[in-house]
Design a protein around this ligand. Sequence first.
Ligand code: ZN
Ligand code: ZN
Length: 357
Amino acid sequence: MQLYNKLSAKERAELIDQAGKNRLTLSFYQYAKIQNPQEFRDQLFIVWDKLDVLGRIYVAHEGINGQLSLPADRFNEFKTHLDTIDFLKDIRLNVAVEQDNKSFLKLKVKVREKIVADGLNDETFDVTNKGVHLKAEDFNRFIEDENTVLVDMRNHYESEIGHFKNAVTPDVDTFRESLDIIEDDLKEHKEDKNLVMYCTGGIRCEKASAYFKHKGFKNVFQLEGGIIEYTRQVKEQNLENKFLGQNFVFDERRAERISDDVIANCHQCGEPFDLHTNCANDACHLLFIQCPKCQEEMENCCSTACMEINRLPYEEQKALRKGQGNSNDIFKKGRADHLPYKKDLRNIFDHFKQEEA
Ligand SMILES: [Zn+2]
Ligand SMILES: [Zn+2]
């Protein structure tokens, strides 16, 4: 029985083209007690592989977190299967705002310690004591309230290309870092302000809100279903959209456009642009923002040094990399001194503190 992905991304892309079917990209998560994550993972893989599901799914004792795509005409079968699993019955599926048949090119179902790498010790606080979930309409009302502090729970490269109006966007590489920064900056306001938070699909706020309540914050709220569900509700109910720019996503699409505002800049020339790319030099792979003009001039690279390496024959590049360790941890990067227009988001937070003073 096949339990792991066997096709390369290129082979898969060709198959998707040949099939000529529309695919649906979606995500969901659920915290639930899973006794045997490995067994559950294998069962999912067998069923989903048959349904032509592709994506990145994490399974742990604490639950499941999935981002995936599947042929639109197999959606009902997929949903029927989810409904056979008691903790996934009637689960909300966050359907992507912008669709792309090639959002995922492999099916990876992985057993992990946690479904989000949050760096928290769950034994030290009550993870079920969450913040109040807000629907888009209530969220819009709350964030206009002068007693509200709106906090983006995502990382710097995510909020750089899109965030809610007036949101505080901590300049962090990881979720764990942002918790301490936010707590420290708001320590005088644990009781008198509304702490309203949001993330991409809602999962990060589930733990963060419980953590902040544990730390003594009295009025903690979170955007239900994150930016994706917010956008759906805004469209469906004809509400005012208060999100500016693009929603960063962790798949081949890179981002989905929520509003026409372009709030970021090409990191190389400073022109308004808001889509990330990875440096073409495999040994670098830096995640950064590059406009089409710089992309052409720089041959998809982040620096002239990377350009020179990238021009070498593949075997020579490989020899150069030997022993250096090739980091594929692409989303943790996105900072480099040679990119003159990378914004320092710390200033946004400082600005907020000045207003407070
Ligand atoms: Zn540029
Ligand atoms: Zn580079």
